[in-house]
Design a protein around this ligand. Structure first.
Ligand code: NAG
Ligand code: CU
Length: 264
């Protein structure tokens, strides 16, 4: 959220604006709740070992387009790996539960997967190579329209993502992200809120994500990054790389399912 200099004069306003931002408080897998990284853990000594990646994010803030070329865009500011895992069966849908999300912060929600070589608990954000597995953006309308962030808010501030059924068993970092567009009509105005979580995947097949470093996802001038939410538009180009083959596998299964239904 942008805070004007007049608002800055009022601590009360500043505190309430800051409190409006969010983080992934927990991950729901197999009906169980696993803690994400709560920025307030920065005050805990020792910090609890959770699957969410640690970040210097006490204000629940965001990464700006001028930092999209830095490692901060991978797993948020000055990140270090989560020290636990969320167990997931390949093919299951897991929930990413934000603590809160402001209605005004409309935009796309995107999920990426990166394989860890060995343990994710000792990975570094800059070494991860991410493949996009799911994305959503504009649902309907314009100025500002209805967005998947509205769906997330209605769904108990929770985003569901399917872990591909053919994914090879192993250790992965799920990078879940909301990009808020309320100020994105201005240069450097988009706000990326990346959240990384360690997954220990069992079952599955033989597919492994390919992918690219997060530093190559976006630039400040991408049409989905510099975007006037308060203009008139009929579509929205979701930024970042195209969905990878893991995602098309998820889609192909859905299509087979529909074909099966149509045959009956
Ligand atoms: C909504 O999420 C919270 C945790 O963030 C959970 O405690 C609560 O049970 C959920 N409510 C519903 C209706 O699922
Ligand atoms: Cu904000």
């Amino acid at each position: 959220m942008r805070v004007s200099s007049t608002a800055l004069a009022s601590t009360a306003v500043l505190v309430s604006s800051v409190a409006a931002h969010g983080h992934v408080a927990g991950i729901i897998s197999g009906g169980k709740w696993y803690s994400g990284w709560d920025p307030a853990y920065a005050y805990a000594n020792p910090a609890p070992a959770v699957a969410g990646w640690k970040a210097s994010n006490l204000d629940n803030g965001f990464v700006s387009p001028d930092a999209f070329g830095s490692a901060d865009i991978a797993c948020h500011k000055s990140s270090s790996p989560g020290q636990a895992y969320v167990p997931v069966n390949a093919g299951d849908t897991i929930g990413l539960a934000w603590n809160t999300w402001p209605d005004s912060h409309k935009g796309p929600v995107i999920d990426y997967l990166a394989a860890c070589s060995g343990e994710c608990t000792s990975a570094s954000a800059s070494s991860l190579r991410f493949e996009k597995i799911a994305q959503g953006g504009l649902i309907s309308g314009s100025n500002p329209g209805t967005w998947v962030t509205d769906t997330l808010i209605k769904n108990n501030v929770t985003w569901n993502v399917k872990i591909p059924s053919n994914l090879k068993a192993g250790n992965y970092v799920l990078r879940h992200e909301i990009i808020a567009l309320h100020a994105a009509g201005q240069p450097n105005g988009a706000q990326a809120y990346p959240q990384c979580v360690n997954l220990k995947v069992s079952g599955g097949g033989s597919a492994v994500p390919g992918g690219v470093p997060a530093t190559s996802f976006y630039t400040a001038s991408d049409p989905g990054i510099r975007f006037n939410l308060y203009g008139s538009f009929s579509s929205y180009p979701i930024p970042g790389p195209a969905l990878g083959s893991l995602a098309s596998r998820v889609k192909r299964h859905a299509r087979d399912f529909f074909n099966l239904l149509n045959r009956n």
